[in-house]
Design a protein around this ligand. Structure first.
Ligand SMILES: Nc1nc2c(c(=O)[nH]1)N[C@H]1C(S)=C(S)[C@@H](COP(=O)(O)O)O[C@H]1N2
Ligand SMILES: [Mo]
Length: 530
């Protein structure tokens, strides 16, 4: 009778001990990583390793289903898994106390390995958050389980004498130990969070201190009529807060502009250079409206945005370093940009130097780059998908060849070269919406960066293709708005749109997925007219 009662009490308390140990591990790791490097924390390191190892189709699926919450979903998934394993270890420890504690240490080794093998790892200290966290947790689990499986010291002599070991348990010791562990973990974790926040303070202050100089070559004012006045259409210039974000960073890098450096080196670089943020701001700055697009954007998807960027012409910086494009006999055809978080993006050297406004951007819509968009400096090459052109938090540019080096995304089955495909999107009416019969405004955006949009056509059901009205073009590197006043009749209708780029090439009807070089096909919406 006593045995079953004990089991009922012990199982949940064993599970609770496991959970408390797991919580303590993460809290201690949080504090240690504040001292070492926030990115070296086990959740971030394991999460990052998981992102890098996620098969491309799964990652694509996650982006499609969770959008920009994909990282949150991943971290919640890791936390849930850890919690489940912590419970198992706690229960196992009831029977095999040392095995439970050793199990906790194994998790420490996994976390430490992940941290040490991250591309941005800065050395053995990156293992410390996981190792120290795991050691503390193992000791805690060992202690708590001890309270559950052994009677209190005072009773032990009698218990032993009764040869009834294990009949009792140290209720008082457990309650005190568990509560103390919970409270201490909360405190330690909160302190860690606070210190991490403080550590990024220098970066925040350096960003606040940035005064963006006026550009030597300002963007021409937007011509009247670039922004259509159709309710529900995208804004021509995407506000920074609404700009899409796609990257692999679980912790947004907070780079101090005062200590930031950009190194340019590699094949055919006659004069390798290292530039500071000040160096960039002192140079001649250009300002341009450029529409950025992600290769993971589905037909009709949200990963496209247009901003007014301020920066230094990349071609000038490269030329000063002695770089010649392949067309002028330069030995390097690939430019590999590397970020502070170890991301690598490969762009054609030719595109960076062929006269388009490829830039090292320092400003976005009149502000220093927001941290999530790459502060202090990111690269941009109009006409190319973000993953082959738009390195955020850039710190290194290496000139090499496509034959010699495959950057991050190319290793994960994306194309080496990826010009943006001509695409269009219907912003209004929304899919599956209802409108009243009469004139319904169909409107949206179309883009074919660095080629330009010449025509947009709309088809109702299986009817003829009819020309939409085009908004004024800002420049060939931006998207272009369009609208079509549709005489809508009652019933269910399918609206389809297609764009034609300058030169006459019509957006292809052929549906392809995003892998390996961007989705294609005509966007359409089904609407009901009452
Ligand atoms: N360091 C770094 N830069 C990066 C990425 C990344 O994961 N890490 N993602 C790229 C991709 S896939 C795209 S589409 C653009 C998105 O830029 P945004 O988040 O500012 O819109 O950044 C590019 N630059
Ligand atoms: Mo992307």
């Amino acid at each position: 009778m006593t045995t079953s009662a004990k089991l009922w009490v012990r199982l949940p308390l064993g599970a609770l001990s496991g959970l408390l140990a797991g919580f303590a591990a993460l809290a201690v790791a949080e504090l240690v990583s504040a001292a070492v490097r926030p990115q070296a924390g086990p959740l971030t390191a394991v999460g990052g390793a998981a992102i890098d190892r996620t098969p491309t189709p799964v990652k694509d699926w996650a982006i499609r289903h969770f959008g920009e919450d994909d990282k949150l979903v991943l971290q919640l998934g890791i936390l849930a898994t850890l919690a489940a394993l912590a419970i198992v270890l706690g229960v196992v420890a009831l029977r095999f106390r040392r095995v439970g504690a050793a199990g906790v240490l194994i998790f420490g080794v996994i976390g430490a390995t992940a941290a040490l093998t991250r591309p941005d790892s800065t050395g053995f200290t990156d293992a410390l958050p996981s190792v120290v966290g795991a050691v503390v947790a193992a000791v805690l689990l060992y202690y708590l389980i001890g309270r559950l499986t052994r009677p209190p010291r005072a009773d032990r002599a009698t218990a032993d004498a009764d040869s009834d070991r294990g009949a009792g348990w140290d209720r008082r010791g457990f309650v005190i130990g568990a509560s103390a562990a919970a409270v201490a973990s909360l405190g330690v974790g909160a302190l860690g969070r606070y210190l991490t926040g403080n550590a990024s303070q220098a970066a925040v202050e350096s960003r606040n201190a940035v005064r963006l100089p006026a550009p030597a070559s300002p963007a021409p004012p937007l011509p009247a009529g670039t922004q259509l006045k159709v309710p529900g259409i995208s804004r021509f210039t995407t506000p920074n807060k609404a700009f899409y974000r796609v990257d692999t960073a679980l912790v947004v890098p907070k780079v101090d502009a005062d200590t930031w450096r950009l190194r340019i080196h590699g094949r055919g670089v006659a004069r390798p250079v290292t530039l500071t943020f000040e160096d960039l701001l002192r140079r001649e700055l250009i300002e341009r409206d450029i529409t950025l697009t992600c290769v993971s954007n589905e037909v009709g998807g949200p990963y496209v945005g247009n901003a007014r960027w301020l920066g230094v012409r990349l071609a000038d910086v490269l030329a000063e370093a002695g770089v010649r494009p392949p067309s002028k006999g330069g030995p390097a055809d690939q430019l590999v940009a590397r970020s502070v978080d170890g991301m690598t993006l490969g762009s054609p050297v030719e595109a960076a130097m062929d006269g388009r406004d490829a830039m090292l951007a320092v400003g976005m819509n009149g502000q220093p780059l927001p941290f999530i968009h790459g502060f202090p400096v990111r690269m941009l090459i109009p006409g190319l998908y973000g993953y082959v052109s738009a390195c955020k938090w850039i710190e290194d540019i290496e000139l090499t060849t496509f034959a010699d080096y495959d950057p991050y995304w190319v290793k994960r089955s994306w194309a080496r070269r990826a010009p943006i495909k001509t695409q269009s999107r219907i912003d209004v009416p929304k899919p599956l919406s209802r409108s009243k019969a009469g004139t319904v405004m169909v409107a949206g955006v179309a883009w074919a960066q660095h080629r330009g949009i010449d025509r947009v056509q709309v088809q109702v059901d299986d009817g003829p293709w009819r020309d939409a009205d085009l908004a004024t073009e800002a420049n060939i590197d931006t998207w272009r708005q369009w609208s079509f006043p549709w005489k809508a009749t009652p019933g269910s209708h399918t609206l389809t749109v297609r764009a034609t780029e300058r030169g006459g090439q019509v957006q292809t009807e052929k549906r392809t997925g995003t892998v390996p070089d961007g989705a294609s096909g005509w966007p359409s919406v089904v609407v009901t007219i009452d």
